[in-house]
Every structure is written in structure tokens, then in C-alpha cells.
Design a protein around this ligand. Sequence first.
Ligand SMILES: Cc1cc2nc3c(=O)[nH]c(=O)nc-3n(C[C@H](O)[C@H](O)[C@H](O)COP(=O)(O)O)c2cc1C
Ligand SMILES: C=C(O[C@@H]1CC(C(=O)O)=C[C@@H](OP(=O)(O)O)[C@H]1O)C(=O)O
Length: 398
Amino acid sequence: MLRFITAGESHGPLETAIIEGVPANLPIDIEKINENLARRQMGYGAGNRMKIERDEVRITSGVRHGKTLGSPITLIVENRDFKKWTEIMNAEDVEDGIKKRRTVHHPRPGHADLVGGIKYHFKDLRNVLERSSARETTMRVAVGSIAEQLLEGLGIKVIAYVKALGGVEGKVEGLDLPYDELRQKTDESELKMIDPSIDEEIKAKIDQAKKDGTTLGGVIEVIAKNVPAGLGSYTHWDKKLDAKLVGAMVSINAFKAAEIGDGVEVARRFGNELMDEIAYSEADGFYRLSNHMGGLEGGMTTGMPIIVRGYKKPIPTQYHPLQSVDIYSKEPYKASIERSDITAVPRAAIIGETVIAMELAQAILEKFPHDDYNELIKAVDAYREYAKNPDMWQTEGE
Ligand SMILES: Cc1cc2nc3c(=O)[nH]c(=O)nc-3n(C[C@H](O)[C@H](O)[C@H](O)COP(=O)(O)O)c2cc1C
Ligand SMILES: C=C(O[C@@H]1CC(C(=O)O)=C[C@@H](OP(=O)(O)O)[C@H]1O)C(=O)O
């Protein structure tokens, strides 16, 4: 079983993750993890915090001579901003005086501030925002990057791009291909993804939001290619991989919806337009003539590309703050202004990519539980051959 936990406050000294269950002898490329961490920091509309941080991972256990040991892997990323925040972090929750003024007591609509305070008995809502902050996604990208490396050796590639930002469609050449062609063409080299940071229409929309003191959301799409058929299971509700993928996407801060394949659109269409017809070739085995189901049927992968979209709301913190209530005086007050992103959709694409990669790596290790990475590669290769040949499907003695 592959599992992980993350820990860390946004303005505390470190973000930490421990990942357990990675097979031994998986080569780890730290530079690739750092490239993903850098991608999470980029993008037009990112706030000033991203100019301060330079996220670089340090691995302090579980890897030796560039390969995993099979033991828990600890990853840490420094919060550079910590040094400047020590005094604020040490401010206490008191009724009056200067210290109270350093606490957060005007909860922001749309953020975790108010409900977190009620739930955990905090009057200083900083205790909530420190952990509810999307700073935590640094570690989700770090552990998901290890998952990506595990998948890559099995020929599985996960990519993500911004599909829309603030209602403006992102431009990706090649994605209007029929799905059987797309199935062959989801490598970054073949799909030209146009970075929203250089799309003039999207940039103008972000500039407008900034000018108006407000924020924007958007849509990201994740595609996983060459995933073997049969990950996940129809046998029990909590084994269904479609549910896990949607859950993983919505677990990212500010994501309010996720969908697979044609998603919500399927509710409007006739069945004969949507079911992905089945074909066979000796080279490829079974495949589909379309991919409306986004690579999942019965909670299992079909072998077609997995397509998951996530819908992100605008950033809650507004520079023209919204109506709120002072939790000391209970009087109406404008919500706190915390330094903030205008949009984090470009940054969220890599988060989506890596959380989906982690779910797929978990599903792989559930189906192929191996201690050694080379054993795992062999098992997956053998299974791919088996899946192509129905003559082999019967169990011995049948
Ligand atoms: C990459 C990323 C960056 C974010 N940056 C901010 C930010 O600067 N300010 C803010 O108020 N919310 C930001 N958010 C969103 C909040 O973390 C999120 O809305 C909050 O934790 C409440 O959770 P919910 O929106 O999932 O209900 C960001 C989210 C992501 C994914
Ligand atoms: C720190 C990150 O994002 C933060 C997520 C976030 C929030 O409320 O979610 C609020 C902001 O934090 P700060 O007030 O320190 O600027 C963002 O910068 C990050 O992505 O690494």
C-alpha cells in the first residue's frame, strides 16, 4: 500500500511529507521533483509570496545512491518566508492591546477561517489559515512527483494544462483530435500547450481582476496515457478509481468540482452517442473508438487515456474585502486582507497532475504489490501482454 502524510504551517519553518510503500530500487531524480515544484510557483497572477519562496526539496530518508530503499521517504521544503513571520506567528490571542491587533479576527468569506475557528476553538484565525493555506500543496506536488517517476518507468505519462481561466478557453493545439488519434498523441512533445501566461486574452482578464481588486478561477485538465486496463475495481464502492480521482481533484484547495471524460455533459446526451465502442487489433489488444468515458468504466481503467477535469473557484481573499464580522466585537467588519494570489489556476495544473499521478501509482501498487521496482515493471509488462490475449484469461483448471 502506498500512502503519505503531509505536515507544515504556511509560515512555519518547513513543509514535510512522508511517503511509505514505494518499492525499493526506483531511481529518484530530484531535479524532476524540483522542476515540478518550480512549475507550481509560476504563472501570471501569482502573488508576491511566490517571489519570496524558491521551493527545493531535500530528501532526508528512504533514498540512497539515487534509489529508493523501500523504507519511508521523508521530503522537506523550506518556507523562506518563515524568518520574516516569526513575530507574527508568535502573537498571542488576547482580548485587547497590540497583540490582538496582530491576530486574524475578521474571517474571510470563502476561506476556512470562520468554520476552522468554530471547530477548533481558535479566536486567532491565523491558527486556521496557516494549515488551510494551499502552501500544503507543495508537498502534494513533491510526493506526486515521486509517483510520476514510478509511473514513468511503466510507460505511463501524466500531463496537465489550463483548459480555461476566468471563462476564457485555454488554447491547446491537438486536443480537438478524435480520441483514437489523441490516444497516440498525448505526449507533451506532440501536444503544443499554450502557456496561459503568454495568452493575451487570459492575461488581460487577470489584469482586469487585479485592477478591480478581485480574483479568478478556472478549469484544468489532466490526461494520463498508457494506463493498463483494470486498475481500480467494480467489486466494492471504496475500490472505484473514478471516485478516488474525483476526490483527489476536489481535495485541492479551492476546487469545487471535478469530472471524468465528457463529465456533466453526459447527462444531456443520448446513450448511443456516448458509449465507447470496442475494437481489437493484435498490436494494441482491445481499444475504444472514442473516449467519452475518459478511460474509466465500472470504477476501472479501460486502457484509454484517463481524462479528469477540475474546476477551481476564484481565490477567496479580495483586495476590496467582503462583508464579515469581527469575532471579538461581533460587529460588521470588512474581511481581513492577506497578501494573496489574483489567480492560481496555472499553478494548480501541476497540483492536479501530481495528485492524479499519486492516485494512479496507488492503484498500480494495489493491483501489483511488489517490493522491488524491477519486479513491478516485469509484472506490469506481463499483464499488458495477458490483457491483449483473451485466450489467456481463463484460470488454470477451468
Ligand atoms: C495554488 C493555490 C494557491 C492559492 N492561493 C490563495 C491565496 O493566495 N489566497 C487565498 O485566499 N486563497 C488561495 N487559495 C485558495 C484557498 O487555499 C482555499 O480557497 C481555502 O483553503 C478554502 O478551501 P476551499 O476553497 O477548498 O473551500 C489557493 C489555492 C491554490 C490551489
Ligand atoms: C504559499 C503559497 O500559496 C499561498 C496560498 C494561500 C492560501 O490561502 O491558500 C495564501 C497565500 O499565502 P501568503 O499569505 O503567505 O502569501 C499564498 O501565497 C504556495 O502556494 O506556496
